[in-house]
Design a protein around this ligand. Structure first.
Ligand code: NAD
Length: 234
């Protein structure tokens, strides 16, 4: 049965009220990426970085999944083959919608990580640089998210999934952040049919057999309906 692998990015959560990288006036627009999303920025000003992620965590806690997240959860529940989501998002909305098979390649706002001993635990809503690690006691707590210059999580499982995919889709991602931007090309070279679903053609559009443009809340449910009706022979 067909194995479906889906990469999601900030665009799928835009209609849940969570800004993408390039949204004007959003959280990201108010800060330089080097200040809030790099290890060097955290070393320079941990208070600022915790403040930024505390605000994002609060936003994400209040956010609800939109019809695109819901449709992907339905696909996982109803498709007879395997469905795996690989998400660049840290907001937890796929799980809130009911998806269970999710790889968080850029970590999660819901996680805390000790820079001293590597222990991980559930992040409180508000984190500060003075929080001691529950395991080693060091005040070296950071959000468990992957910053620019760091390696994404789950590289082996991701590579394996891309190699095995019969169908690969990228949803709401600009194709500018690597390595995710290369997944379409990798999956295609390994034999998958590739589909891009985005508001506009991404920087990686050439790697996709099909490109569907529009708002995720509209085009993703339609695409999922098509897949489910094909796999049920309808
Ligand atoms: P991006 O901001 O670079 O690109 C978002 C893409 O989504 C754009 O191509 C845009 O045209 C498209 N888009 C915007 N609104 C859309 C909609 N309603 N429907 C469909 N498509 C829409 O995001 P990226 O490629 O995911 O890379 C940004 C990085 O920032 C990632 O690493 C991600 O972890 C992080 N980020 C995460 C969140 C989140 O967790 N919700 C939010 C912002 C940024």
């Amino acid at each position: 049965m067909e194995k479906i692998v889906i990469l999601t990015g900030a665009g799928i959560s835009a209609e849940s009220g969570l800004g993408t990288f390039r949204d004007e006036g959003g959280l990201w627009a108010q800060h330089a990426i080097e200040d809030v999303a790099t290890p060097e920025g955290f070393a320079r000003n941990p208070q600022l970085v915790h403040g930024f992620y505390n605000a994002r965590r609060a936003q994400a806690a209040d956010a609800t999944p939109n019809p695109a997240h819901d449709a992907l959860a339905r696909l996982e529940a109803e498709h007879k083959g395997e469905v795996l989501l690989i998400t660049q998002n840290v907001d937890g909305l796929h799980e809130k919608a009911g998806s269970r098979h999710v790889l968080h390649m850029h970590g999660e706002l819901a996680g805390a990580l000790c820079q001293a001993c590597g222990d991980r635990w559930e992040a409180p809503l508000v984190m500060s640089p003075d929080d001691p690690c529950p395991s080693c006691g060091t005040a070296a707590t950071r959000p468990d998210v992957v910053w620019f210059g760091e390696f994404p999580y789950h590289p082996d499982k991701t590579e394996e999934a891309l190699a095995e995919a019969d169908l690969f889709a990228a949803i709401g991602t600009s194709g500018q952040v690597y390595p995710a931007a290369a997944f379409g090309q990798m999956a295609r070279e390994m034999g998958a049919h590739t589909v891009e679903l985005n508001l506009e053609p991404s920087a990686a559009s050439q790697d996709f057999h099909e490109c569907r443009l529009g708002k995720a809340s509209l085009i993703v449910p339609t695409w999922v309906d098509e897949i489910l009706s094909m796999s049920s022979g309808g």
